[in-house]
Design a protein around this ligand. Structure first.
Ligand code: ZN
Ligand code: ZN
Length: 201
């Protein structure tokens, strides 16, 4: 595993700045890789990890950097829960660990580095030096990885019966017709209430 300092340098370049979130994300990912025995997530152990991230903030970029898990490879899964937490799944062993940043770490940062100002610098100093146990709670968990959830899943594309757009990875729903047959609908047509966009006419 590369050192914290090396990874932080790479995270800074990739993310554009070195913020407290980068340090937290790098440390979360390091801790998880260590727990799972994944030594070279971007080298010999490539393709072993899938990460479920629960927030789309600075730390998310750092987690992607350390683990090599990217959205475009389907190895980075985003669950929009607004939590500084992520679950790291080792596909080789089937084991998974969920790591959460502790709320108490902010107070601890103040207590340990009272002389460091401003708060952002204080947090950075703390996140570099506090122990894993002081920063995070970690839990072994089970993650069901269905075939269509896997990075390399190859599935046919289905055309939505309403909008005609192609749908990959089984992300459609079957809707019953009046005559008892069924037709596939994309999520946008099946559940318009969940649609994030509206047409402008
Ligand atoms: Zn940032
Ligand atoms: Zn549709």
């Amino acid at each position: 595993m590369e050192s914290l300092n090396d990874l932080l340098q790479q995270a800074e370049v990739a993310h554009g700045h070195l913020c407290a979130g980068q340090i937290l994300g790098v440390r979360m990912a390091l801790m998880a890789c260590c727990a799972l025995g994944v030594k070279e997530p971007r080298g010999a152990d490539r393709k072993r990890l899938v990460c479920f991230v629960e927030i789309d903030r600075c730390a998310t970029d750092a987690i992607g950097l350390v683990t090599g898990c990217r959205l475009g490879r389907r190895a980075l899964k985003f669950r929009d829960w607004g939590k500084m937490a992520a679950t790291f799944v080792d596909l080789a062993s089937g084991r998974a660990v969920r790591v959460v940043a502790l709320e108490s770490s902010r107070e601890l940062a103040k207590a340990r580095f009272p002389h460091v100002e401003p708060a952002a610098a204080q947090q950075k100093a703390a996140y570099r030096t506090l122990s894993d146990e002081e920063l995070f709670s970690a839990q072994w968990v089970q993650v069901e990885m269905s075939p269509e959830e896997m990075p390399g899943f190859k599935g046919g594309r289905v055309q939505c019966a309403v909008c005609g757009e192609g749908v990959n990875f089984g992300r459609f729903e079957m809707q019953a017709n009046a005559d008892g047959t069924e037709r596939p609908l994309c999520r946008s047509c099946a559940r318009p209430e969940l649609r994030y966009w509206k047409p402008i006419d």
